[in-house]
Design a protein around this ligand. Structure first.
Ligand code: VG1
Ligand code: CO
Length: 567
């Protein structure tokens, strides 16, 4: 099988962001663009061992099947010995992480732009994961980026395309290709983690406790259908929008109150007790029942609090819960659980790649991000369906201890707040703003930082008249406790004397323009009383949000009156 070398020139901007390279489909369709990036992955990890095994999967979005064939051609020419590919090029992000680990592959390429819309005029993405099943750490993505800047040619093998719809083994040039069922291994994984029987019995004996999962036409559809209708034996009506579509049916497959409207509407209309949704590639989740919304920062704290008792994988006899972690902008609710339970806990930069080292070192079991990402050390990616089933497992367990009162999502939340207090949390996204405007916010905060000009400054909110005094302004930098690598400039944090804080960050996943994220958090202690603990987030945070907008001068710098999305 002759290896052909094809001449090319570097493209600008092939820098992997928070979670891989994400661009418009049209950008990837430029001649040599995709090939350059894929070759750069192989260049950066060369030399490949003679048994090198690569997993290929993704969320099935537009441009995926063609790109799988491109990876086969370039990968085989670069020395990949074996490919493991999800049938129809589909493997959810958590399923791919599991497959890499289970079959001891050396790495994986995931074709996804997560929750970004798909289709010829929307987004595509390519992400490299390493042998622990997690996203490539920064030292690897830096090497990939460096390779994209100096590339002069890429290697290919000419062989007939592989039929991605046919499960089984075949060959591609010198390499073996194994097409696997996209769902099987993942179901086996979950069966080994949760108390499936307990959940099934609970749902069977409480027919009024209705369940609805919305796949938003992303990749989780086939996984969820198997879990809900087969494992839990629920009716077909317990899942919706569960056929993956290359353009996600024209939607924006992001599980939050704005974009998962199909779920929100159905839950409200049909009085669904337990609703949930996942994103395009299956790593995010939202828990939402009638009159009950679980903010992701609370979700991971609740799961961490119940895990050891309720979820078999975390039972003491199976090793227990080792440590907890969150990304920096995520609320500190999980820290409080760690403190009470005497567990080690960590604050890492945004993006799942920072959790992997801690998990590999046996110091981290459960972690989450405010961006609807929750997960554990069962794999090295966040896991949407895992979080949904964790909640069902907790509800089933809590109810098994509560014979006289049926407990729902809100009961679990209120119980949590009464023990730990509540961390009101919200995120404001300003999408596709000008780079200059975004930079002005960052620069102004950096100036305050070097001049200490915000310290001790008091701000009064216009509507609530609450006063907030700045205690500290810092620029978040993280030193990995395991490999000591340092990640700087991960967001600016304004802390107030009452423990509240505001964080500003620029997104690293956008495909166009800049996105500014503003995160606000305010803690209310358990003793503050019911009324103070039961507010809607927007009311609990009203004053702080005004102060945050005021001190950052955000509206003026961005020329935007309103946020694009509020979560
Ligand atoms: C966003 C989120 C971050 C998440 C990342 C990937 O990154 O804030 O928490 O890990 O998306 O999620 P950024 O840099 O845009 O803020 V996913 O579901 O796109 O793989
Ligand atoms: Co995702």
């Amino acid at each position: 099988f002759p290896v052909k070398e094809i001449q090319t020139k570097p493209f600008e901007g092939q820098k992997p962001g928070t979670s891989g390279l994400r661009k418009r489909v049209k950008v990837f369709q430029q001649e040599h663009y995709t090939e350059n990036f894929i070759q750069s992955i192989f260049t950066s990890i060369a030399p490949l061992s003679s048994e090198f095994t690569l997993v290929i999967g993704g969320d099935g979005r537009y441009l995926s099947p063609e790109t799988v064939q491109t990876i086969l051609k370039i990968g085989a020419a670069n020395g990949v010995a074996k490919f493991i590919v999800g049938c129809q090029s589909i493997l959810s992000t958590p399923a791919a992480s599991n497959v890499i680990r289970k079959y001891k592959a050396n790495g994986g390429i995931l074709l996804t732009a997560s929750h970004n819309p798909g289709g010829p005029n929307a987004d595509f993405g390519i992400k490299y994961n390493v042998s622990n099943g997690g996203p490539a750490p920064e030292n690897v993505t830096d090497k990939i980026f460096a390779a994209t800047k100096t590339i002069t040619s890429y290697k290919v093998i000419e062989a007939p395309p592989v039929d991605l719809n046919k499960i089984g083994e075949t060959t591609f040039g010198p390499a073996k290709v194994k097409i696997i069922d996209s769902v099987d291994d993942y179901i086996t994984l979950l069966r080994g983690i949760f108390d499936i029987e307990l959940i099934k019995q609970f749902l069977e004996s409480h027919h009024n406790y209705t369940v609805l999962f919305d796949g938003l036409h992303g990749v989780t559809g086939p996984y969820a259908t198997r879990i809900f209708t087969k494992l839990f034996a629920l009716p077909e009506s317990s899942v919706q929008n569960c056929v993956p579509l290359p353009d996600f049916g024209g939607g924006h497959p992001d599980p939050n109150l704005t974009y998962a409207k199909t779920l929100v509407d159905a839950v409200e209309a049909n009085n669904i007790q337990f609703g949930a949704a996942s994103d395009g590639d299956g790593d995010r989740n939202m828990i939402y029942g009638k009159g009950a919304f679980v903010t992701p920062s609370d979700s991971v704290a609740v799961i961490a609090d119940w895990a050891e008792e309720a979820i078999p994988y975390f039972h003491k006899k199976n090793g227990g819960v080792k440590g907890l972690a969150r990304s920096m902008p995520t609320s500190k609710a999980i820290d409080l659980v760690a403190q009470k339970r005497g567990l080690e806990y960590f604050e890492v930069p945004t993006g799942w790649k920072f959790f992997g080292n801690l998990m590999d070192a046996g110091r981290l079991s459960i972690c989450g991000e405010e961006s609807f990402g929750t997960g554990s050390d069962h794999i090295r990616e966040k896991d949407g369906l895992w979080a949904v089933i964790a909640w069902l497992n907790i509800l089933a367990y809590a109810n098994s201890k509560s014979p006289n009162k049926l407990l729902g999502i809100n009961d679990i939340l209120q119980r949590h707040y009464s023990i730990y207090g509540r961390n009101y949390f919200s995120r404001y996204d300003y999408e596709e703003v000008s780079l200059e405007g975004a930079q002005k916010i960052v620069d102004a905060l950096n100036q305050h930082l070097s001049a200490s000009s915000l310290s001790n400054k008091e701000f009064t909110s216009t509507s609530t008249k609450e006063k907030y005094t700045v205690k500290d302004l810092s620029n978040f930098s993280y030193t990995d406790p395991i490999d000591k690598s340092v990640s700087k400039n991960q967001g600016q944090i304004v802390e107030f004397t009452d423990g509240s804080r505001v964080v500003f960050r620029l997104s690293g996943t956008g495909s166009q323009g800049a996105t500014v994220r503003m995160y606000v958090e305010r803690y209310v202690a358990p003793g503050a009383g019911d009324e103070a603990l039961k507010k809607a987030a927007k009311d609990g945070l009203k004053g702080l949000i005004e102060v945050a907008l005021d001190l950052s001068n955000l509206k003026e710098f961005l020329g935007r009156e309103e946020a694009t999305v509020i979560t």
